[in-house]
Ligand binder design. Structure first.
Ligand SMILES: [Zn+2]
Length: 95
């Protein structure tokens, strides 16, 4: 597998900021009610009528959720998960 180098990919600083500020819940409205769902959930069920609601668009233009999904997919590799956990602790200790 060829790994792209950083100078071959345009990573917008706005994307990094958006991931840092990504909400931890999504507000969903249905049946005149508002409830919360996971911000990464693809579907949620309306607690009032039980209808399954699609929350993510999967449009041709990637969204922030897609960037987060890619990181989570990478973390499915145990070595990546260990590296991520070590870095997460390092980042948390600098706050
Ligand atoms: Zn409903």
């Amino acid at each position: 597998m060829t790994t792209l180098q950083a100078d071959e990919i345009a990573i917008a600083p706005e994307l990094i900021d958006a991931i840092r500020q990504f909400p931890t819940a999504r507000e969903v409205s249905h049946c005149g009610l508002t409830f919360t769902a996971s911000p990464l959930a693809i579907y949620a069920e309306c607690p009032h009528c039980g209808q399954r609601l699609k929350l993510r668009s999967f449009a041709s233009v990637p969204e922030i959720e897609d960037a987060i999904d890619a990181v989570l997919e990478w973390m499915n590799d145990p070595a990546a998960q260990a590296a991520a956990e070590a870095r997460r602790i390092e980042i948390a200790s600098h706050d």
